[in-house]
Design a protein around this ligand. Structure first.
Ligand SMILES: Nc1ncnc2c1ncn2[C@@H]1O[C@H](COP(=O)(O)OP(=O)(O)OP(=O)(O)O)[C@@H](O)[C@H]1O
Length: 234
């Protein structure tokens, strides 16, 4: 495991990002700039476009209109293959739940992104175990996801998201499946690791207590950022 410090984090710049699903508008022209190393929470009502924005910023979808830059990469100008590779190497993603492969141990799950990048198995497992220690579940390295608690599984999922040393972490309702205590402990972990690594974080949540961990909160309503509600929460 390497600690990156400053300089590795990616800035994010979205300009005029608009997207439709069929005829249904999901994003109506969003401008958002996130500095390298900053942690921003995206909040807003159900259906306001939060997940769609996260998918556009992380290159999962190419929006109908607008530009997204991650550091020097113009994500919206890249082919699907190039976006996939960028996501595998420079972007970490954390979902609500269900992202670990049930048949694999926690160590094998965390090693997976490295194996996909053709790192040797011994090296990948050593790095994975170091990350499991970093997130506080090294004792569970040989357990299956079904044998650990939701909070422990989410810690392992965070380790898997960060094992490739990405420059940005996108988290979509990362505490949504956890009780409030486990959720707080996962948020403390994300905040600590992001600060130590100098990582940029964009966090989607409907929970004000989760948003309060971010440096800044932006609010989406009907696919538009509510500029009046951009508030510094810390
Ligand atoms: N794959 C899809 N196909 C069709 N419509 C979609 C799809 N994904 C999202 N939508 C629609 O786009 C709009 C924005 O959805 P999105 O999931 O981005 O909102 P959200 O704020 O993340 O919602 P939630 O908080 O409920 O997860 C909604 O009207 C939704 O129904």
């Amino acid at each position: 495991m390497t600690t990156r410090g400053e300089g590795h984090a990616l800035s994010i710049e979205a300009t005029g990002v608009a997207h439709h699903y069929g005829r249904r508008p999901a994003l109506g022209g969003v401008d958002l700039a996130v500095a390298a190393g900053e942690m921003v929470a995206v909040t807003g009502p159900s259906g306001s476009g939060k997940s769609t924005l996260l998918h556009a910023l992380s290159g999962v979808i190419r929006p109908d209109e607008g530009q997204v830059r991650l550091g020097g990469h113009v994500v919206t100008a890249m082919s699907e293959d190039a976006r996939s590779r960028l996501r595998r190497t420079r972007v970490g993603v954390l979902f609500q739940f269900g992202q670990l492969v049930e048949e694999l141990t926690l160590a094998d799950n965390v090693a997976l992104p490295l194996l996909l990048e053709r790192r040797g198995r011994g090296d990948a497992i050593t790095t994975a175990r170091a990350w499991l220690a970093r997130v506080g579940v090294e004792d569970l390295a040989d357990e299956l996801p079904g044998e650990v608690s939701g909070g422990q599984a989410q810690r392992a999922a965070l380790a898997r998201a960060l094992v490739t040393n990405p420059g940005v972490l996108f988290a979509d309702e990362p505490t949504g499946a956890l009780d409030s205590r486990a959720g707080e402990s996962v948020m403390e972990l994300i905040t600590d690791v992001a600060a130590e690594e100098g990582l940029t974080v964009v966090l989607v949540t409907h929970d004000a207590r989760v948003a309060a961990y971010a440096d800044r909160e932006v609010v989406l309503r009907d696919g538009m950022l509510d500029v009046d509600e951009m508030v510094a929460v810390r």
